[in-house]
Ligand binder design. Structure first.
Ligand SMILES: Cc1cc2nc3c(=O)[nH]c(=O)nc-3n(C[C@H](O)[C@H](O)[C@H](O)COP(=O)(O)O)c2cc1C
Length: 224
């Protein structure tokens, strides 16, 4: 691409990891999607139902291959430069439905989380907004080579924090949420369009490729 050509908008896969119809996390995911679009990003807004796969079973994978929901998750990740997940915290950790979907996708080669940027959000009626669950969610994603943005946003007391229009009622909190998203977009922009910065990332400490650990792969260079 020459310097004078306009850049393609960055593409973001955004989804909530809740299956619940009245989910606070789905509201937060929609707010994130709207803000990304308002700042020039292109959004693919997905639902957890799209990726909700049967429980992972290596025998099923060997005999029947991947379920269509895992294909869908992989395909939509691959179409995106980055992803945003708004996840509930279940018992201080990751909802099983999300971990299961990640486990399925981790078996593809190439493995689509590798080197993809991610932003983690959560919402909960609790006082800490589900933030412990996001720390747990970082572990498998970073293990898979995803570049998880350091700042995470957790909406505490979500049942009070959202107004009747589904917006974050408190203006300073809303500003913090939107700033977090824009900073993440800047990071994705820098890494995608300024690859000299990308080289500054420290490679994650995966195992060497081996049939016994075949989820691990050599780093690949993405061209745009
Ligand atoms: C099995 C289960 C475990 C939960 N554990 C936690 C928890 O550890 N921390 C927390 O803040 N909320 C916890 N909650 C409450 C959820 O935060 C709350 O149901 C929230 O609304 C779920 O997100 P959603 O509205 O996006 O579906 C739990 C809920 C369920 C069903």
């Amino acid at each position: 691409m020459s310097r004078s050509e306009p850049r393609e908008p960055l593409r973001f896969l955004v989804f909530s990891a809740s299956l619940r119809a009245a989910s606070f996390n789905t509201v937060l995911a929609r707010l994130a999607a709207a803000h990304i679009e308002s700042r020039g990003g292109r959004v693919d807004l997905a639902a957890m139902q799209d990726f909700d796969s049967p429980s992972y079973d290596a025998d099923v994978q060997a005999e029947r291959g991947f379920p269509r929901q895992a294909d869908e998750f992989r395909g939509r990740l691959e179409q995106a430069d980055a992803f945003v997940i708004s996840s509930p915290e279940y018992n201080g950790s990751i909802p099983g439905v999300l971990k299961n979907a990640i486990d399925w996708v981790s078996r593809y080669q190439p493995q689509p989380f590798n080197e993809r940027h991610g932003l983690l959000l959560s919402a909960s009626p609790s006082m800490v907004g589900g933030n412990r669950g996001l720390w747990a969610l970082r572990v498998p994603l970073e293990h898979l080579g995803a570049r998880i943005y350091p700042d995470m946003f957790s909406l505490a007391q979500a049942h009070h924090a959202l107004d009747g229009d589904g917006r974050i009622a408190d203006s300073s909190l809303r500003d913090r949420f939107e700033t977090n998203i824009v900073n993440f977009m800047d990071q994705v922009e820098a890494s995608t369009n300024y690859p000299c910065i990308k080289r500054a990332w420290v490679e994650y400490l995966g195992e060497h490729p081996d049939p016994a650990t075949d989820r691990v792969q050599l780093p690949r260079l993405r061209s745009r």
